[in-house]
Design a protein around this ligand. Structure first.
Ligand SMILES: [Zn+2]
Ligand SMILES: [Zn+2]
Length: 183
């Protein structure tokens, strides 16, 4: 869904949508499962920088809710995670700040994003909001055994035998050290 500044200038636009998987490009970090529900409102806020210098910012307030699959941090098996968040964001035209790159950034301004041209795409905003809401570390279960670093076997489903025998050079070095200490 595209919010055009010219349309928002007339009146704020409400939205209430269910987006199919794939509508929001999440890259490899997460896969959307089922519909992504989102609702809220877009409006224009005018920044009066000078008598003839008025910048049309887009304020987007809303929320999203959906289910996603995220790879387990240890065994990379997909884990289903419900994600949802509320947002209240300001987008400024990309060219509005282009001439003043050295303008100091004050704390509230760090929350400001930019829109290109004369419109803002809801899907772009959601992409960023979903990625921001991802947990730092997702595990399929608290005691996930992970993948064997040597044979790649998922050790949750089947133990491998890589740890048996003295084939790991680190263990061989340790065994040699022990032998020397004893003698
Ligand atoms: Zn796992
Ligand atoms: Zn192994």
């Amino acid at each position: 869904m595209e919010f055009k500044v010219s349309e928002l200038e007339r009146e704020p636009i409400d939205f209430d949508l269910e987006l199919d998987p794939g509508a929001v490009d999440l890259g490899e970090e997460a896969v959307q499962v089922g519909e992504l529900a989102t609702s809220g409102q877009a409006e224009v806020l005018h920044e009066h920088r000078g008598p003839k210098d008025i910048v049309a910012d887009i304020r987007l307030r809303g929320k999203f809710q959906g289910k996603f699959e995220i790879p387990c941090a240890r065994c990379v098996e997909p884990v289903q995670v419900p994600l949802g968040a509320e947002f209240d964001l300001i987008f400024r035209p990309a060219e509005a700040d282009a001439e003043a790159p050295e303008r100091s950034i004050t704390a509230p301004e760090t929350e400001i994003g930019y829109y290109q041209g004369d419109s803002l795409l809801l899907e772009d905003v959601l992409r960023e909001q979903v990625l921001l809401s991802l947990p730092v570390r997702t595990l399929c279960k608290p005691d996930c055994k992970g993948l064997c670093p040597r044979c790649g076997q998922n050790r949750n489903s089947q133990p491998c035998h890589c740890d048996e025998g003295p084939s790991d050079p680190r263990w061989e070095a340790l065994a040699g050290l022990r032998g020397r200490i004893k003698s």
